[in-house]
Design a binder for this molecule. Structure first.
Ligand code: ZN
Length: 214
């Protein structure tokens, strides 16, 4: 390995040595317990961006948040990875809250507003273009590109929350009276704030006839 590669890889090993030291010095027994089981109450679906780590932003510890991340926190019904995470979180872990967390300045959302080709990723970003299409009048009226992107970040979160609520996984949990809330939030990286978008669903009632299963 060249020196540059060695340097960045060693940083991870050193970091892990520090973490092992921290775990060794912890006398609460929680790591011993965590090695056997997990009971997280939250499923976090966030962006893969390196600046938005779920635990740090929510002040939670290992074992408290079940995490799925992808580019621009997209939840589509054909994504087996997301559906498997959702099914496991809802039906096995019985999480109480699902949080879709977008973030201002999201590169994926910004790219979706462009007419450039980006290779294979543009097929994924097209799901965000679909959100744009639904709200084109509102977003089109915003002139500043940064503001346009940030508004689409918020609308994308709302749409992905809706997509989760239209899965049979979430609706069957509600049907079985399992307490489950699906929230949309947006992270301001500069201030660290996690901003509630007030688009929470706790039942199928407001989904509309076509989307709410019998
Ligand atoms: Zn992002």
């Amino acid at each position: 390995m060249c020196n540059d590669l060695k340097h960045s890889f060693n940083k991870i090993i050193e970091g892990n040595n520090n973490w092992m030291e921290f775990v060794k010095n912890d006398t609460s027994g929680r790591f011993e317990q965590l090695s056997k089981e997990q009971h997280p109450e939250i499923l976090w679906i966030g962006c893969a961006d390196s600046r938005v780590p779920a635990n740090e932003i929510t002040g939670t510890k290992p074992g408290e948040v079940f995490v799925h991340r992808n580019i621009a926190n997209v939840c589509v019904h054909s994504d087996m990875n997301m559906l498997s995470v959702l099914d496991y979180a809802v039906n096995v872990l019985k999480v109480k809250h699902i949080i879709v967390a977008g973030h201002y300045g999201c590169g994926g959302v910004a790219a979706s507003l462009s007419r450039n080709q980006f290779g294979i990723i543009e097929n994924w970003l097209c799901h965000i273009k679909d959100v744009y299409r639904l709200r084109a009048a509102e977003i089109g009226a915003i002139e500043d590109l940064e503001c346009k992107t940030d508004r689409l970040v918020e609308l994308n979160v709302e749409e992905q929350v809706f997509n989760l609520c239209t899965t049979s996984i979430v609706q069957n949990a509600w049907k079985n009276n399992q307490p489950l809330a699906v929230h949309g939030m947006v992270i301001n990286i500069a201030s660290g704030e996690l901003i509630n978008q007030n688009c929470t669903f706790t039942s199928k009632e407001s989904l509309g006839k076509v989307f709410a299963y019998k």
